[in-house]
Design a protein around this ligand. Structure first.
Ligand code: ZN
Length: 297
């Protein structure tokens, strides 16, 4: 809707909005197979794994990914597309191409600790997915990234997983503070993510001391997803919401700090490995921090 001319979305024109949800695991597998047709692949390419790794990808993203992978393989004069081409293509579709630029040693070290902070915090929170990849290769607007490997498509989140996700988002900033005794601006999108999850917990999911209540502002009829922040909330209620959001964020930050303090040696080792290799996969990461301990539910 935000791409359409505002004349088109004026009330009375197109009042009905069709929501297309992202393809699920089975659908992604089918879409990937469809776009693989006619392209050569090495035998190590695992479609099931690829479908799992691409949670949140649209059909167009998947088509893009397979085209990109073909281009990457052709560029290196390979006879077939392999798993590495696909991994690089998947990352590129979501985060943009690698940005080769001169980085000072301090910037690289900061990025390494920041990403290691996310990964280590995420690893030691039992109900989060295992770390899939950590990288300090800059792409698009990001100076690095850490991604998880979803073991299943989730259509529902639990409070403990949401809290875990906030703590993990805070892990980058917490590591910077701990190691450099200083803060960078690199964590601003992490804080944005953390804050929006916390807000949703309080105002939509009834997961705070305010209890089971939905005070989320509603979209107005005939308009597309245009809502006024805090509209319809009394000032008293709004300030209660703010207090609860702040409480969640503070306790998650404290949890991230605690995990990193307890595992400082591992944090150092992960950061060092990242500085050497720039990118670590699950195996390389778990060799340093140990296998992921899971609790389900
Ligand atoms: Zn971050």
């Amino acid at each position: 809707p935000d791409l359409l001319d505002s004349a088109l979305i004026r009330p009375g024109r197109f009042d009905r909005r069709v929501l297309l949800s992202m393809p699920d695991l089975v659908e992604r597998k089918a879409i990937i197979e469809l776009h693989m047709k006619g392209k050569p692949f090495t035998t190590d390419v695992d479609i099931e794994r690829l479908a799992r790794r691409t949670g949140g990808f649209s059909g167009a993203d998947l088509a893009n990914m397979l085209n990109e992978a073909a281009i990457l393989a052709a560029r290196e004069a390979k006879k077939a597309i392999d798993g590495r081409d696909l991994e690089e293509a998947a990352t590129k579709v979501k985060l943009g191409p690698q940005r080769k630029r001169m980085q000072s040693e301090r910037d690289r070290k900061l990025a390494a600790y920041h990403e290691s902070g996310h990964a280590v915090v995420g690893h030691f929170i039992p109900n989060l997915d295992p770390v899939h990849k950590i990288s300090i290769v800059a792409r698009g607007m990001t100076g690095g990234h850490t991604s998880m490997f979803p073991e299943e498509d989730r259509f529902n989140e639990t409070k403990s997983r949401l809290v875990g996700q906030i703590s993990m988002a805070m892990g980058g900033r917490a590591a910077e503070e701990m190691v450099f005794k200083d803060l960078s601006t690199g964590a601003s999108s992490d804080l944005e993510i953390a804050t929006s999850i916390a807000k949703a917990m309080v105002t939509e999911y009834g997961m705070s001391a305010l209890g089971p209540i939905n005070v989320k502002p509603r979209a107005m009829f005939g308009m597309w997803a245009r809502m006024e922040e805090g509209e319809g909330l009394s000032e008293a209620m709004q300030s209660k919401v703010d207090v609860e959001v702040k409480k969640i964020l503070d306790s998650c930050y404290a949890q991230a700090q605690l995990i990193l303090r307890k595992n400082k040696t591992k944090l150092d080792k992960v950061a060092k490995a990242l500085l050497e290799k720039e990118t670590l996969d699950t195996d390389e990461f778990e060799k340093i921090v140990g296998k992921k301990k899971r609790t389900y539910g």
